[in-house]
Design a protein around this ligand. Structure first.
Ligand SMILES: NC(=O)c1ccc[n+]([C@@H]2O[C@H](COP(=O)([O-])OP(=O)(O)OC[C@H]3O[C@@H](n4cnc5c(N)ncnc54)[C@H](O)[C@@H]3O)[C@@H](O)[C@H]2O)c1
Ligand SMILES: O=c1ccn([C@@H]2O[C@H](COP(=O)(O)OP(=O)(O)O[C@H]3O[C@H](CO)[C@@H](O)[C@H](O)[C@H]3O)[C@@H](O)[C@H]2O)c(=O)[nH]1
Length: 440
């Protein structure tokens, strides 16, 4: 099939590359010429395990190409995926300007039947707005061309995006006409070989399903974070509690890890957007309001511990920091807890030496020439001259460090671990003072 993917970010590029990998002809469009240039030169603009190989393979096979030409893109694919950003507006609602611009471009230039598939995370009712935007463009140029609008939210996780796309748990298709449903079934056939994973529903339910999934997962995390904070006060260990409840199949093991808060481009913005949708329709979503509020506080939890240990004025102190990305295996720092931690350390007068295996370029872009932040090329180098170590992201390479060396390098043998990577007893034996989240 001929497919256009509008937006070549984490979702668009992964979707386009994976769809090409099963034999489709895919054209990826982006308005950012720098991104398209990198892709045309054989690079990829993001860090995502396995993606580079798939992109290379499919470009070489002639099934995957890139463009900034809006007209060519609208004419290329019978299926037009919209995978552009939906960042939060000032009031927390999803900003639909990019989605609607993409829809208008399609309407302006399409020259035959199109299935317009919304993969961006969008509030309920966006399907109607996309339909209206395309219809208005068609009307303006006096064209009477048939099209369908489908909601097909994406559930991939960064750092495991290729695997998630290739082997999805489910494929949600919100569509109301048979022609489009048939095309979507055909398109997703290769991704559900073992059993049926495609769930067809109405567009509004599909749109809400995406927010419901993210909000539920964010709720679990905030719930565990609150319990972790309570466990500290009660002298209990959240790790043991996690194992104790995760073994109940009604609860399950996933997304029960307490830490220094959830970040990324999705949970924070999607919880806010759902709360905002609720408010708009006269429903105050009490639980989700608290989920978000709890998470804001949790991002400061590590600094609270630092302050409890060293006092509120941290001037002259220097901290080694491991992990900048919002989670391992990505360079994404959107809403990353590290940004809050670093900002708060600066505010209190401290300086930081940071190490991250892939996100340091992104950090440089975000923090610019910030003199209080130094980047180092090895985890242990972050500890040189540091008063204490702060861990924000649980990269694999931090799992088994030389604890002895950590103790030798730090001015105070203190570790603040926002991801509960180590056992308190191991740390005690290594002569390190250990502050995890909810650990005894
Ligand atoms: N990142 C994730 O893990 C993830 C997972 C599931 C769903 N989502 C959702 O998918 C959407 C995209 O997220 P992302 O992380 O890939 O965003 P992103 O910011 O990485 O990429 C979006 C891209 O769209 C481009 N763009 C903007 N307007 C355009 C237009 N009119 N035409 C062509 N290109 C345009 C931008 O230049 C950018 O490259 C969001 O709604 C997000 O909530 C993201
Ligand atoms: O038990 C847990 C699990 C995750 N996190 C944190 O939660 C955030 C989000 O993690 P994760 O969900 O793995 O990453 P994302 O790439 O943001 O993926 C989420 O957001 C995407 C965008 O909507 C969805 O497609 C995915 O299904 C959904 O998991 C990160 O900061 C994690 O550190 C925890 O604190 N504890």
């Amino acid at each position: 099939m001929k497919i256009t993917v509008v937006g070549t970010g984490y979702v668009g590029l992964v979707s386009g590359a994976c769809l090409a990998d099963v034999g489709n002809d895919v054209l990826c469009l982006d308005v950012d010429p720098a991104k398209i240039r990198i892709l045309e030169e054989g690079g990829i603009p993001i860090h995502e395990p396995g993606l580079q190989e798939i992109v290379r393979r499919n470009v070489a096979a002639g099934r995957l190409s890139f463009t900034t030409d809006v007209e060519y893109a609208a004419k290329f694919g019978a299926i037009q995926f919209i995978a552009v950003g939906t960042p939060p507006d000032e009031d927390g609602s999803a900003d639909l300007q990019y989605v609607l611009a993409a829809a208008r471009n399609i309407g302006r230039h399409m020259d035959g039947y199109r299935v317009v598939v919304d993969k961006s995370t969008v509030p309920v009712g966006t399907g109607d707005k996309v339909r209206e935007a395309i219809a208005a463009e068609l009307k303006a140029r006096g064209a009477d061309l048939p099209f369908s609008v489908v909601s097909n939210p994406e559930f991939l996780k960064e750092g495991a995006a290729v695997e998630d796309f290739m082997r999805p748990d489910r494929i949600i298709v919100g569509a109301e006409d048979e022609r489009a449903i048939l095309l979507m079934r055909e398109l997703y056939g290769p991704f559900q070989r073992n059993h049926e994973k495609l769930l067809v529903m109405d567009v509004r339910s599909a749109e809400l399903t995406k927010y419901a999934a993210n909000a539920m997962l964010a709720t679990r995390i905030s719930f565990m974070n609150e319990l972790a904070n309570l466990a500290e006060a009660l002298g209990a260990d959240i790790e043991l509690v996690r194992q104790g409840i995760g073994s109940d199949p009604r609860i399950g093991w996933h997304f029960l890890y307490a830490g220094c808060g959830y970040g990324g481009s999705c949970f924070p913005k999607d919880v806010k957007a759902l709360v905002s949708s609720g408010r708009e329709h006269g429903h105050d979503l009490l639980i989700l309001n608290s989920v978000e509020q709890a998470n804001e506080g949790q991002k400061l939890r590590l600094v609270d511990k630092i302050v409890a240990r060293f006092g509120p004025d941290l001037s002259g102190m220097h901290f080694g920091l491991w992990g900048l990305a919002f989670k391992p295996n990505t360079d994404d720092m959107r809403d990353a807890p590290s940004r809050v931690v670093i900002g708060e350390l600066f505010r209190r007068g401290a300086t930081v030496s940071a190490y991250d295996p892939v996100a340091m370029d992104e950090a440089r872009r975000i923090f610019g020439g910030e003199a209080r932040l130094r980047y180092v090329d090895r985890p242990m180098a972050a500890l040189e001259g540091a008063d204490a170590l702060v861990i924000v992201t649980e990269w694999k390479e931090f799992r088994s460090p030389d604890f002895e060396r950590i103790r030798e390098l730090l001015r105070h043998p203190v570790v603040f671990d926002g991801r509960n990577m180590y056992e308190p007893v191991t740390m005690r034996r290594a002569g390190l003072e250990y502050h995890g989240i909810g650990r005894r």
